[in-house]
Ligand binder design. Structure first.
Ligand code: GDP
Length: 422
């Protein structure tokens, strides 16, 4: 017979198991779930061991994924654009307009396959439109005609090549060296600009208001003076700044003289160039006597050890007589010891073409000019004006402006110039 207490106890055990098993299963499931999510407690650390913070495999996977994402985001970000590097001024890079004009005509000449009347018409039109000038164009074409007739030049290609060579010869005739401080050119010491000046009148000008110092400077180091003359707006101040920058960069101590006292803006502009070129500057009061500014600049240069004074001047053409007298006086004062004028540079704007030649003649009446700076060649098709200047004014083009930037001034190089045009 079955003991009822035993039956009761057995059924209790069964009921207990029925309740306990699911509870255990659920608890184990929750524990695994928590572990998998990483939210549960770290594994039990047996006594004597240090709890590790080492990530679980899942954590490692996650962090690798995050790193990959971050890297891919970084890769996707655009690289910062490189600083634009200013292209150095070269004839070829800056004479696009002039080359564009000539290449059309010269291409047509070459394409014709023979030299005929149209060839000569094309060449003449090309040279005149490029502002080579009637005189130089006639001289060049007459010579070429003779050589074609004589059989020395055969065919259009040879004709264009001969024209190119003739232009280089014509442009190489004048001495384009600059009297660089420190004797960079043999002319620096030969008093070339002393001969370029008007009468040697040091000490004889009683009216300039700056007398009384002659002789006092006898023992001073001579100071080279470069004068920049030309009509307003041609680029004098800019050229002074570019030359100053070039000299400073080569270790020469430069002092600028703001001799254009008629425009306050000219002084401001020159002061800006002075700081850019790391050069000193002497400025006068607005409307003051430009000769005094140049005088002061020479004195200051001598006492402070500057090798060269670069003097800007005003170029108002409306009162020609005053302009001429003023330039003569500046020239005279600048040449008093310790000052020594070694360059008088006439600045001409290439875009004005043949008009520039007419303007130039006014300045030639005032001061003997040692050379020409031809500015703004970058903006004109009239590059041929270089030929006209050398031929008609008998002056060498020494420097060429190919832009508004500080480095956009280069020595005139006939071969590179002609090469860039053809
Ligand atoms: P200034 O009155 O003779 O002193 O002439 P500035 O030096 O004030 O120049 C007149 C303008 O010509 C300025 O805007 C200059 O930046 C510009 N200029 C000067 N030289 C050049 C050059 O070689 N090329 C170009 N494109 N502009 C130039």
């Amino acid at each position: 017979m079955i003991d009822p207490t035993t039956v009761f106890a057995t059924s209790d055990v069964v009921v207990g198991l029925v309740v306990a098993i699911p509870v255990i299963v659920v608890a184990a499931g929750v524990a695994v779930g928590l572990r998998l999510r990483g939210g549960g407690p770290k594994s039990h650390v047996p006594p004597g061991e240090v709890a590790s913070d080492a990530p679980t495999d899942i954590e490692l996977d996650r962090s690798a994924e995050a790193t990959r994402r971050a890297e891919s985001t970084t890769e996707a970000e655009p690289e910062p654009a490189p600083e634009p590097v200013a292209e150095p001024a070269t004839y070829r890079s800056r004479l696009g307009k002039a080359r564009g004009l000539l290449s059309g005509y010269l291409g047509a000449v070459r394409a014709r396959g023979k030299v005929d009347a149209t060839t000569w018409d094309d060449l003449e039109e090309a040279l005149i439109r490029a502002d080579v000038g009637v005189g130089a164009t006639d001289a060049l074409l007459d010579d070429l005609r003779t050589r074609v007739k004589g059989g020395e030049i055969n065919g259009p290609d040879a004709l264009v090549d001969a024209l190119k060579a003739d232009l280089v010869d014509m442009l190489s005739a004048a001495d384009a060296r600059l009297a660089m401080p420190g004797g960079g050119s043999p002319d620096a010491t030969d008093g070339r600009a002393a001969s370029a000046g008007t009468a040697g009148t040091a000490g004889t000008d009683e009216t300039d208001g700056t007398a009384g110092t002659d002789g006092a400077q006898g023992d001073s180091q001579p100071v080279d003076v470069w004068l920049f003359v030309g009509v307003n707006g041609v680029g004098k101040t800019t050229t002074v700044g570019k030359v100053a920058n070039r000299m400073s960069a080569s270790g020469t101590r430069v002092l600028l003289a703001a001799g254009d006292t008629f425009r306050a803006a000219a002084g401001e502009q020159l002061a800006m160039w002075a700081s850019r070129a790391d050069a000193d500057i002497v400025r006068g009061s607005e409307g003051g006597d430009p000769s005094s500014v140049v005088f002061d600049a020479v004195q200051r240069a001598a006492s402070k050890g500057h090798a060269v004074v670069l003097a800007d001047t005003a170029g108002r053409l409306h009162n020609k007589v005053n302009l001429i007298e003023e330039l003569k006086k500046i020239r005279r004062i600048a040449d008093r010891p310790p000052g020594h004028v070694v360059e008088v540079l006439l600045v001409l704007d290439a875009t004005t073409g043949q008009n520039g030649l007419t303007q130039a003649k006014v300045f030639l009446e005032a001061v003997d000019v040692s050379g020409v700076v031809l500015t703004k060649l970058d903006g004109t098709a009239k590059g041929g004006i270089v030929v006209a200047i050398q031929r008609e004014l008998g002056l060498p083009v020494k420097l060429v402006g190919l832009g508004e930037g500080v480095d956009d001034l280069i020595d005139f190089d006939p071969a590179a110039f002609v090469d860039a045009l053809f």
